[in-house]
Write a new protein. Structure first.
Length: 341
């Protein structure tokens, strides 16, 4: 081999090595980028724009729990492809709900010694409209179908509905006027046909009717829980049914899905999902055999969505609301969904 050919071969070899090295760097960078998007085989999450505006294709907005840089952010997926790639907003929430272009985001503010919490009212572009300090740990949030009314519940003592050593505070906000009722305990309550006054009364889990006047919630007192119907104009709540927690009103306003304590179940997992027909009072157990500690969301008039523990903290499941069928996992690593159409 001539000296010239040896030099050409050496140059070619060096070029190949350089290409391999460059490819390795690019592959590593791409792998790192994918690692940021997909952690431990979890769902793909990418930064982008998330809107709460009505219209367009049906979509789900929820708190993504996937490990990585977007964990705890509000993210969205098409309702037709819930397992598909997620678009993350950069807005962090512990609990969330939205309707008609209004969102409610319950956030933690990390301090050097202790955490504080606040409720943030969001517009359709996830921009802050108003915020309110919270007296405890966020647990439930809802928006009325029109977007006018917002409610949230926090724990102010203890840390679980399953036990008895807890207290809650539920607030209701009129976003049109800015009037905040800091506690539903300010409303007049009626139990068994009589005005009710008791120091142990707690409320949680508001769900709004479409008329911007009525709502439903849980009232606990005397060791029992009750479904109450609230009137925002009269500022009253009236007990309707016992052993109801975290109610969720169907879109057509005829049924409530809720968690019910069932005798004989473990103390730390005492609930099963039930549906209540408001006209007849008939209860129907849903085909979910596991204990659900969540306020369900209606996917449509026939199906509800709820969270159960999963590898990332929480996964979302669906089950028919008439007691038929069986549970189905909707998506992994998700919590606090809202269906927007």
């Amino acid at each position: 081999m001539t000296l010239r050919n040896k030099i050409l071969v050496l140059c070619a070899a060096l070029a190949v090595l350089a290409s391999v090295a460059a490819a390795s760097v690019l592959h590593a960078a791409g792998r790192e980028d994918r690692r940021n998007q997909v952690q431990d085989g979890g769902p793909e999450v990418n930064s982008g724009t998330v809107s709460l505006a009505p219209g367009g294709s049906a979509r789900i907005v929820f708190r993504t729990m996937a490990w990585g840089p977007h964990r705890d952010e509000l993210a969205t997926v098409p309702a037709a492809d819930p397992a598909g790639p997620r678009t993350a907003s950069g807005v962090h929430c512990l609990r969330f709900y939205a309707a008609a272009g209004t969102g409610i985001c319950l956030q933690a503010e990390r301090g050097a010694m202790t955490d504080t919490y606040r409720a943030v009212v969001l517009d359709a572009g996830l921009r802050e409209r108003a915020h309110y300090a919270l007296p405890g740990i966020p647990t439930r949030a809802r928006v009325s179908p029109s977007g006018r009314w917002v409610a949230w519940t926090v724990f102010v003592g203890g840390d679980s509905y399953a036990g008895t050593n807890f207290s809650t505070r539920t607030a209701v906000l009129d976003t049109r006027t800015g009037r905040l009722t800091a506690s539903l305990e300010d409303f007049t309550a009626y139990l068994d046909g009589k005005e009710h006054h008791a120091a142990d009364t707690n409320y949680w889990g508001v769900t709004f009717a479409a008329d911007d006047r009525l709502f439903y919630a849980t009232m606990a007192t005397g060791g029992h829980t009750h479904l109450v119907r609230g009137d925002l104009a009269a500022r009253t709540v009236t007990a309707l049914h016992t052993n109801v927690e975290c109610p969720s009103l169907s879109p057509d306003g005829t049924r409530i899905v809720y968690k019910k304590r069932v005798a004989g179940l473990p103390a730390d997992a005492p609930w099963r999902l039930y549906a209540l027909d408001l006209a007849t009072g008939r209860e129907t157990p849903l085909a979910e055999p596991r204990s659900v500690d969540d306020q369900a969301v209606w996917q449509d008039d026939h199906t509800v969505v709820y969270a159960l523990p999963g590898d990332y903290g929480s996964d979302l499941y669906t089950v028919p609301a008439d007691g038929t069928g069986k549970p189905r996992r909707l998506l992994t690593a998700g919590l606090a969904p809202a269906y927007l159409r």
